[in-house]
Design a protein around this ligand. Sequence first.
Ligand SMILES: Cc1cc2nc3c(=O)[nH]c(=O)nc-3n(C[C@H](O)[C@H](O)[C@H](O)COP(=O)(O)OP(=O)(O)OC[C@H]3O[C@@H](n4cnc5c(N)ncnc54)[C@H](O)[C@@H]3O)c2cc1C
Length: 167
Amino acid sequence: MTADDVLGEPDGGFRVAMDTLNLFRPSVGAFAVGMAQAALDATLSHTARRDAFGGKLKDLQSVAHQVAEMALRTEAARLMVYAAATAYDAGAADVPRRSAMAKLLATETAQYVVDRAVQLHGARALQRGHLLEHLYREVRAPRIYEGASEVQRGIIAKESYKKLEDR
Ligand SMILES: Cc1cc2nc3c(=O)[nH]c(=O)nc-3n(C[C@H](O)[C@H](O)[C@H](O)COP(=O)(O)OP(=O)(O)OC[C@H]3O[C@@H](n4cnc5c(N)ncnc54)[C@H](O)[C@@H]3O)c2cc1C
């Protein structure tokens, strides 16, 4: 191994790793939003067609309000991911904070929305091969990898206090 074999700056590997995470966290957020949207779409379609208790599920206020909450949270997560991606592309100073927020909100939102979708589909969502059976399994890991949710909260707090010190 010689100096010619060094990639990037000596002792700069940690910075490269952190910059990579700043890019990957909004990406994880983006596919979490995709999972949430797929679960929401399936729920809209199912509750509009399913007859129960003399009417469509969508006409029960408790169902409609849950669907509204799913749509609200999915849209909020999507906007947070867009904001982080825009900040990354612009080379903004607050990228670590925005990336952590986008990853945290989107992955926790996807977990919530997929869980609600399973509830509103009833037992059929638990059948092997059902879209929601797949989403319910796959939605769990993104809250752990690329930095667990606890790690994202740690970054958000650290970056927020840093802003205070910079004043
Ligand atoms: C599907 C999948 C794909 C993966 N792909 C990759 C990959 O491509 N490359 C790669 O390198 N790794 C990958 N991983 C590994 C992933 O990054 C780790 O699982 C993750 O970092 C958590 O590490 P751990 O599993 O060893 O759990 P631990 O480090 O033991 O953490 C367990 C739990 O402790 C808590 N915790 C841990 N650290 C802290 C902290 N600092 N502050 C507060 N709480 C904390 C969290 O709740 C965490 O979930 C993948 C994991 C999965 C599930």
